[in-house]
Design a protein around this ligand. Structure first.
Ligand code: MN3
Length: 392
């Protein structure tokens, strides 16, 4: 029997960033499962053509367009009859709207932090795909979740895997969390050739199809570094209990090793709809006809230790957790600037980690930052990194 507040009751769902890769897949998961839902808000930044289609298909109560020009263009041309709001504050209001039962945050970048905070303060359940939230403000976010009794479930495949491995377990009996990483497109590229990596090569991820920012983060393995930081906050373990292993097939999505030497792993095809579905139904499961994995076709699974020389961003992530305070916010801000500079062909691939390292060494350390101090560190880091880049 499913209780009244189980998966069959109607849930009001708000999707922050509905036109991004995760937002689109979340809508797909919602509409292709046996989930009883009503879309409350959809928010987008610029992609109003897709937002228009989504309003027709999902009939939300309201939409928010963060970008002002796009907002006016949308208002002029739309056939949507619901409320239409504009700006970042409206995104925060959508996140904390009283009607929401669940907020899916798939915003890209630091813009995801404040809406998540607003939703947490209302005790909402949050399915979190925005990495920057926990990376920049993990301590504040997890403290707020405790204070307001709100639940954060990470949509990421790695954290979903760990969550699934931890069902029925006690965190005190965990010895290690082992995050798997595909190694990205440059796993086998000779190190000397890293100097000449192009944007096109870096955007060509072997296993996952994702947005361009996260695809570059996967190539540098900063993405895995961020996931280590997120796991640190989500699962309340010491950073020394978190390891990363390269697993090129992306079939095992992560593992947990326990104090008796036993290890659990969660396996699945690399399809984000599976962790998205789990984040919506947790602790239950929905029935889906996503493609099934055929182990005899896959044949074998490989594992390698990551080479920190090849992936300096991963090392910088571990160093930042160790430093604590605002260090991971600096890491994140410098990375956002560097990735966009790389995508705009202003810096080389290998310079991404060099500029981030520079920012980590230069921005003053704050031990226990408030959210205002994190916002200031973020801004200061962006200005600092941009000025370094403009001088080359
Ligand atoms: Mn991931």
């Amino acid at each position: 029997m499913i209780s009244d507040n189980g998966i069959n009751s109607i849930k009001n769902i708000t999707i922050l960033g509905s036109t991004g890769s995760i937002g689109v897949q979340a809508l797909d998961v919602l509409s292709s499962g046996n989930f009883n839902y009503k879309i409350n808000f959809l928010t987008a930044n610029n992609n109003i053509a897709l937002l228009e289609k989504q309003t027709q298909k999902y009939n939300p109560n309201a939409v928010v367009i963060a970008n002002e020009n796009s907002y006016y263009e949308f208002v002029r041309n739309t056939s949507f009859k619901g409320k239409i709001y504009c700006g970042d504050e409206a995104v925060q209001a959508a996140a904390s709207d009283d009607k929401n039962d669940l907020v899916i945050s798939s915003l890209v970048g630091f813009s995801g932090v404040l809406p998540t905070i607003e939703a947490l303060k209302k005790g909402k359940k949050i399915a979190l795909a925005n990495k920057e939230t926990l990376v920049s403000a993990g301590k504040i976010i997890t403290n707020l979740a405790k204070e307001y009794n709100s639940e954060i479930i990470a949509i990421d495949s790695e954290h979903s895997a760990i969550l699934q491995c931890l069902v029925g377990e006690q965190i005190s009996q965990v010895e290690k969390l082992i995050l798997t990483a595909s190694g990205g497109p440059f796993r086998n590229t000779p190190f000397e050739e890293f100097q000449n990596i192009t944007v096109e090569q870096a955007l060509n991820h072997p296993n996952w199809s994702m947005g361009s920012k996260i695809t570059i983060d996967s190539a540098t393995m900063m993405n895995k570094g961020f996931e280590v930081i997120e796991a640190f906050w989500l699962f309340d373990v010491d950073y020394q209990q978190i390891e990363v292993i390269i697993h090129p097939q992306s079939i095992i999505h992560s593992m947990v090793q326990f104090i008796d030497g036993s290890m659990k792993a969660q396996l699945g095809l690399p399809d984000m709809r599976i962790p998205i579905a789990y984040s919506l139904s947790y602790p239950e499961r929905f029935s889906y006809d996503f493609p099934r994995m055929n182990l005899s076709e896959i044949g074998k699974l490989d594992f390698y230790e990551p080479d920190m020389q090849r992936y300096p961003c991963l090392q910088l992530s571990f160093d930042s957790i160790k430093s604590g305070g605002n260090a991971t916010a600096v890491l994140n801000a410098a990375n956002e600037i560097c990735v966009s500079a790389f995508l705009n062909r202003k810096i080389r691939f290998v310079e991404i980690s060099q500029f981030i390292n520079n920012a980590l060494e230069s921005i003053p350390h704050i031990d226990n930052p408030t959210i205002t101090e994190i916002i200031d560190s973020d801004k200061e880091t962006r200005e600092f990194t941009n000025s370094l880049i403009s001088r080359i």
